[in-house]
Design a protein around this ligand. Sequence first.
Ligand code: HEC
Length: 312
Amino acid sequence: MMKTSCFSKLFLCNVFIGVILTLGSGPAWAAPPGSPWGADYFPNIPLVTQDGKTVRFYDDLIKDKVIAINFIYTHCGDTCPLETASLRQVQKLLGDRVGKDVFFYSISIDPKHDTPKALKEYAAKFNVGPGWTFLTGTKADTTLLRKKLGLYREEAEAKKLGEHNVSFMIGNEATGQWMKRSPFDEPKVLAWLLGRKLHNFKVATSEQQVSYAAAKQLPKISLGEDLFRSRCDSCHSLGTEDGLGPGLQGVAKRRERAWLTRWLKMPDRMLTEKDPIATDLFNRYKKLPMPNLRLTDADVEALIKYMESPMH
Ligand code: HEC
């Protein structure tokens, strides 16, 4: 689905060389000592933060750091809010390390609309913590950056802004390890990659004592549960406590089936049509619109079945 960019090809190549170089001298996952993607690869473009401060991409944001970088625009109604919500879960898992040895950047691809003020409001809607910076720059500069990061899809871009590439990059600038991830990835896995693997396992955690051999086999999960975990869980609990959206306990009973089905399929449309329940919820939840996650009828059915089941 996603076009392999020259950056990701280079990445594979680099990993390959890295493995060869480190054979015999250390474990195969160790990164090569230097990165081929340094100051001469990444543009040192100026970007403005949500607080109006100008920073340089290479010097100030990524040099010698472990980072997660995604591209957003604040009025995006589909997958980018899910990506932001899921990175927020990762941020929570990493705790106060974010801003110390892991840095998050969300860069707008719509500079006209996304002023520093708009970005600040967006960050507040998602309750993002310190260590996560929202940035904007010129269209030409951010496009160049996306190309360099392998996160630009030419044909789709020309058609519609909304088709922008929704994967994001995590990496360690100093070692040159970079990985493209998807917003549907499990936050725990992303936290592990950012917190441990990209630090070459140098940061000690209690997890280190846990043996994978002793791990319990995971039970098989249903389509509904799988979808819920990858698409919904970063904004909703299945209990009564609120996340970015309402706690969903009993929602299948509380709402009429036809309303629920339509809501899961096209929340954006229902909000535009000013459906009264939807509008009320929208106003109560910081005016953060529930994203249209392009679910199929079968997905919606499986999700409702899962939300209805008393098992969880
Ligand atoms: C980016 C965060 C986000 C994601 C991801 C998300 N939602 Fe929501 N959801 C919300 C918000 C916020 C609301 C409140 C309405 C609004 O503001 O548009 C909401 C409302 C709802 C409601 C209505 C609750 C009620 O009390 O009637 C249901 C049901 C729901 N979401 C289910 C889901 C399911 C199922 C998924 C996954 C397929 C999902 N949501 C994904 C943010 C999200």
